[in-house]
Design a protein around this ligand. Structure first.
Ligand code: XMP
Ligand code: MG
Length: 188
């Protein structure tokens, strides 16, 4: 059975199919290649866990450039609501001095997580910091932050799949879909 026809009963509608996600990843990889091709210092892709792990794994394989990969985990989300000040739960393994950092996110929502990282990471002396996000939900932005690479801009809906979760479920769906509000209503 084809995955795209195998829609979870909790998903209201599919926003991006596997095929569309593949096209998005290829386009972003080409943009990154164009911008970093001539860089002499190392490029470090920093996956913001957990949500970015599927996107990042597809992105690195579409990227025909030497690059390193590391991860950070920043906690600021409970259920479907962002909950104030982010805290680092997992930090980078190595120093980043002189490296070109590309922060890879699943979704830019309020902007809390990425504006926090943009605030603290420059103190470690990277050559540059840019942001790549699969999805951008600008309607809920409370911080003045934008991504340098955006897969797609989406409306204000809670989405799951392709790494994105609701309470740790649905990350393994191969598409991105809008979660039925009945799944989370009365639970928060
Ligand atoms: P902020 O608000 O800091 O949020 O920009 C970034 C993180 O919040 C999570 N997030 C979502 N996760 N569906 C999800 O599964 C969503 O619609 C959604 N909106 C925000 C996500 O982990 C992201 O890294
Ligand atoms: Mg998440």
């Amino acid at each position: 059975m084809k995955n795209e026809s195998c829609i979870s009963a909790d998903v209201e509608r599919v926003l991006f199919s596997e095929t569309q996600l593949h096209e998005i990843v290829e386009r972003i990889a080409a943009e990154i290649e164009r911008d970093y091709r001539d860089c002499t210092q190392p490029l470090l892709l920093v996956g913001i866990l957990k949500g970015s792990f599927v996107f990042l794994s597809d992105l690195v394989r579409a990227l025909h450039l030497p690059c390193r990969v590391d991860f950070m985990s920043v906690k600021s989300y409970n259920g479907t609501q962002s909950s104030g000040k982010p805290v680092i739960r997992l930090d980078l393994k190595e120093p980043i001095e002189g490296m070109h950092l590309l922060l890879v996110e699943d979704i830019l929502d309020s902007g809390n997580t990425l504006s926090f990282l943009r605030e603290i990471l420059p103190q470690r002396g990277p050559a540059s910091i840019k942001i790549c996000t699969l999805l951008d939900k600008p309607d809920r932005r409370t911080r003045d932050i934008h991504a340098d690479y955006v897969g797609a801009v989406i409306p204000d809906a809670f989405v799951v799949g392709y790494g994105l979760d609701y309470d740790e479920k649905y990350r393994n769906l191969p598409y991105v879909g809008v979660l039925k509000p009945s799944v989370y209503e009365h639970k928060e």
